[in-house]
Each structure stands twice: as structure tokens, then as C-alpha cells.
Design a protein around this ligand. Structure first.
Ligand code: 13P
Ligand code: 13P
Ligand code: MG
Ligand code: MG
Length: 364
């Protein structure tokens, strides 16, 4: 049986207005680029969340395909041209290099890809977030695939009872480690609770089938500087031995706290929203997430279902707004503002330079 590859490659190549959205002209250009490459792809869908442009593509070329990565890169370059012409904000923001060199990984765009045999019915959910970082998925992915209070299938579905394997990445050391759950339930939590350092890259069934993958990339040394708050994407396959669609969505019924928000330097609640509401405003946020559901049919993308448009997530939104009020009242104080070494923006060196000669030893 032939395999299908689902690739989601995303970048911020210019915001409209500020960092709040993607201009329709960019969406159109992206669609034109992918349509022109229809010979390469089985199907495609262009989406946006906040100022991030997401290319959803299906094809038969496997993960890390140079042709598919080149197509995504060329599409982002073409969209950057449009963004520059329209003087959109931060045109070309995520394209860290001038030339494509075979794979977009490490060049700025985020990449989540999986190759699998399409099942008799193949529901997938693609989560896209803005104003946050890859570690934002640790909490929901753990709940989806490991928490029996979230996912009843772990307890009552014989096909899920064995648990799942989790590949965790150390973003600082560029190392990976595989955990088997539920056996190593407590061990994995020691690491993934530090979501800015350790992220869940992918999840596999115990029989080795890919179940989930995210745009987790190495933080350090990208563009020669600390680049941490890449607005992330997560792909999750659902049903028939994997968590049900509703179990995949359930962790978002209550917001958790993620880092990002204003200037990539603040903690705040991740608010689930509809596609129409995926435009961060208040303090450039709060950080938000959309969930697009697709049924695959011979590689074709039937959808999307805009899952968080549902009133069932209204309470999550109210809760997120209450938390946003709470955090905003703290202004420049932690834990709203990130610790000094994690901020994307800082005046610390400047301020310390000025204060250098004024520090005295404490002798009493
Ligand atoms: P600049 O206005 O200097 O780009 O920085 C602020 C920012 O982009 C956060 O919204
Ligand atoms: P993005 O990472 O979404 O471009 O946001 C940048 C920012 O500084 C928002 O305040
Ligand atoms: Mg931006
Ligand atoms: Mg963004």
C-alpha cells in the first residue's frame, strides 16, 4: 500500500496590521504557488493563525523531501515579495537565510511532517498557534496521549491500553530521548514540565505508528542568536486505536500558561479560538490556537472543520480572558514577564553598563 506524507511548513513573512494577521494578498500568492505545483502535491490547504502563514501539503515524497521544502521556501520568498510591496510589518521575518540549501529546517520556517499508510478512515487535526513557542504543546500532548482523566480510551479502549511512546527533544543540547508511557510517566514529567527546554517532538503507538508530530526545532544558534518563540504547529492523527477527535480537543477546554505574547517575552494563557478570531490584539495577544480538522481521502484534504469555533470552547475563552487580566496587572513583574535569560527583547546589558560603577559591596 502506498504511503501519504502530510507536511505542514509555516513562517511569518509579514504581519497585517503589526503582528496581528496575514494579509489576503499573501494567502492568495501562497495558494497560487501551491496550485502551480499541483504535479508535486496530492493536495494543499493554505491557512493562517495570527501573522503566521501555514502551508498544509499532502504528497507521496516522504518527510524531508527537497522538492517539497523548496516549494515551501519559494512560496515564502514570493509572499515576502508581496509583503515588502505592501510594506507589511516584519516582511520576511522568519526567513533567516537568502538562499535555500535543500531543507528548510534551521532556516527559520517551522516544519511538522509525518508519513503513514492512510487508514480506511484517516481523521487528522492540525493545531496552529500564534504568540507562543513549541513547548506550548507539551501540556496538551501529554494529556491527549497519557492522561486517563483526559483520554478515557487509555483506560477503556483495548487498542490504546498499552500506552504510547514519546520522543522528547532537549532544545539546548540538540539531543533526543524516547520515553515509554505509562511505565515512565513520572520520569517524562520531570523534563517536559520545563517546556522551554524539553519539548515533545512526536508520539508513536506501541506498534510504531506515528500519531503526532510538532514543529519543534533547536533554539540556539539559529541566525546566530537565541530564537525561541517560534509560533508552533502540531499534527495529531485521531480515532481507531488513537485518541478520539474529542479526546484530542479536550485539553483545550481549560487554558494553560505559555510563554510568548508581547515581544515574545511574557507568560499568558493560550486561548482556543475560531479561524475568524485568530488575530491577536490585546498586548499582541493573548496567545491563541486554532484547530483545523481534515479527513484524508487518498491524500486529499477534506475540510477543514474549524473545531474551536464551537460554543463548547466559550468557557475556555472566558477563563483565558480572566487569566489575561490577572497577568496584565503584573506589568513588568515575573511571572508575567519572562525570566531575564528567556526574553526575546532586553535592555539589561545597556542598563547594567550604566549602573556598573554604582554597584557597591554590601558590607553590613
Ligand atoms: P518593534 O516595534 O521595534 O518591531 O518591536 C516591537 C514588536 O514588534 C512587538 O510587537
Ligand atoms: P510574532 O512572533 O508573532 O511575529 O510576534 C512578535 C511580537 O513581538 C509580538 O509582540
Ligand atoms: Mg510577526
Ligand atoms: Mg506569529
Amino acid at each position: 500500500m502506498s504511503k501519504v506524507t502530510l507536511s505542514v511548513i509555516k513562517a511569518d513573512v509579514g504581519g497585517w496590521v503589526g503582528h496581528s494577521g496575514v494579509h489576503p494578498a499573501l494567502m492568495e500568492r501562497a495558494k497560487d504557488c501551491l496550485e502551480a505545483a499541483k504535479g508535486l502535491l496530492t493536495d494543499y490547504y493554505v491557512a493562517s493563525c495570527g501573522d503566521d502563514l501555514n502551508l498544509v501539503m499532502t504528497h507521496a515524497l516522504g518527510v524531508d523531501s527537497e522538492a517539497v521544502h523548496r516549494l515551501a521556501w519559494d512560496t515564502f520568498v514570493a509572499c515576502t515579495g508581496v509583503a515588502k510591496k505592501l510594506k507589511l510589518y516584519g516582511a520576511g521575518q522568519d526567513l533567516l537565510s537568502d538562499a535555500f540549501s535543500g531543507n528548510v529546517k534551521g532556516m527559520g520556517p517551522g516544519v511538522a511532517e509525518m508519513e503513514f499508510e492512510e487508514r480506511p478512515s484517516e481523521p487528522v487535526i492540525i493545531f496552529m498557534a500564534d504568540k507562543t513557542e513549541p513547548g506550548a504543546w507539551n501540556f496538551p500532548v501529554f494529556k491527549i496521549f497519557a492522561d486517563p482523566f483526559n483520554t478515557s480510551g487509555l483506560v477503556i479502549d483495548p487498542k490504546m491500553h498499552a500506552g504510547f511512546r514519546f520522543e522528547v527533544h532537549d532544545l539546548y543540547e540538540n539531543k533526543k530521548v524516547l520515553f515509554s508511557l505509562p511505565e515512565e510517566y513520572y520520569d517524562i514529567l520531570v523534563l517536559i514540565g520545563a517546556a522551554g527546554h524539553y519539548t515533545i517532538k512526536s508520539v508513536y503507538s506501541k506498534s510504531g505508528d506515528i500519531a503526532s508530530v510538532s514543529t519543534t526545532q533547536r533554539l540556539n544558534l539559529m541566525a546566530g542568536r537565541y530564537v525561541g518563540k517560534d509560533d508552533p504547529v502540531l499534527i495529531v492523527r485521531a480515532q481507531s486505536g488513537l485518541p478520539a477527535v474529542g479526546e484530542v480537543l479536550e485539553p483545550f477546554a481549560h487554558p494553560h500558561i505559555v510563554s510568548g505574547w508581547m515581544r515574545g517575552s511574557h507568560n499568558g494563557p493560550l486561548m482556543p479560538v475560531s479561524v475568524a478570531d485568530a488575530h491577536p490584539t490585546r498586548f499582541d495577544g493573548p496567545p491563541r490556537v486554532i484547530a483545523l480538522g481534515f479527513q484524508l481521502c487518498e491524500g486529499r484534504l477534506l475540510g477543514p472543520q474549524d473545531f474551536f469555533a464551537d460554543p463548547a470552547f466559550d468557557r475556555a475563552r472566558s477563563e483565558a480572558l480572566e487569566l489575561a487580566d490577572f497577568f496584565r496587572r503584573l506589568g513588568p513583574f515575573e511571572p508575567h514577564r519572562l525570566p531575564l535569560d528567556e526574553m526575546e527583547y532586553t535592555t539589561m546589558p545597556e542598563v547594567m553598563k550604566r549602573l556598573k560603577d554604582r554597584f557597591e559591596d554590601i558590607t553590613d
